[in-house]
Design a protein. Structure first.
Length: 165
């Protein structure tokens, strides 16, 4: 048998088998494959359409959230400005209160200093009276009653105070 020899019966049966195989493939294989490809194409188209719709919705949500964010920023800035304004007012009130308290404290200190000065002056007068009595007693070398001495010295001191003022 020669492998390269043409055999018309083999050609015929090969062609018939090929045609039958093509018909069987078309009916049982290509049809379901093409249907599966069409279904897949349809599902991809639906998925693509759904993705486009989801993208549009996401874009709308993003725009809405950006608007809300801008509004929130404006509110925050407004609150910050109000806080600064209130802080400025509070600072002014605290400074005014501190000045008032400082003035009151200064006045009380002046009054207290005046009292202390008067007390010190009274004590000094008392000591001057006692010293003057002892000095006068030694100078005069006579004994007067202390009441007379005190009256004499106090009178002299008040004369000196009226002249000094």
């Amino acid at each position: 048998m020669d492998l390269l020899a043409i055999n018309p019966g083999l050609i015929f049966w090969t062609a018939v088998t090929f045609v039958i195989l093509l018909l069987l493939l078309r009916k049982f294989v290509w049809g379901p494959i093409l249907d599966a490809v069409d279904r897949r194409e349809q599902s991809l188209k639906i998925m693509f359409d759904n993705a486009e719709q989801a993208k549009k919705e996401a874009q709308e949500l993003l725009e809405r959230y950006e608007g809300q964010l801008a509004q929130a920023r404006e509110e925050v800035n407004k609150i910050i400005e109000e806080g600064k304004s209130k802080a400025g007012k509070s600072t002014d009130e605290i400074i005014a209160k501190a000045r008032t308290e400082a003035t009151d404290l200064l006045e009380r200190a002046k009054v207290e200093i005046g009292r202390e000065r008067d007390t010190a002056a009274a004590e000094i007068r008392e000591h001057v009276v006692k010293i003057s009595l002892k000095a006068a007693e030694r100078l005069i070398q006579k004994t007067l009653q202390e009441r007379d001495h005190r009256q004499f010295i106090e009178q002299a001191i008040s004369e000196i105070d009226t002249k000094a003022q």
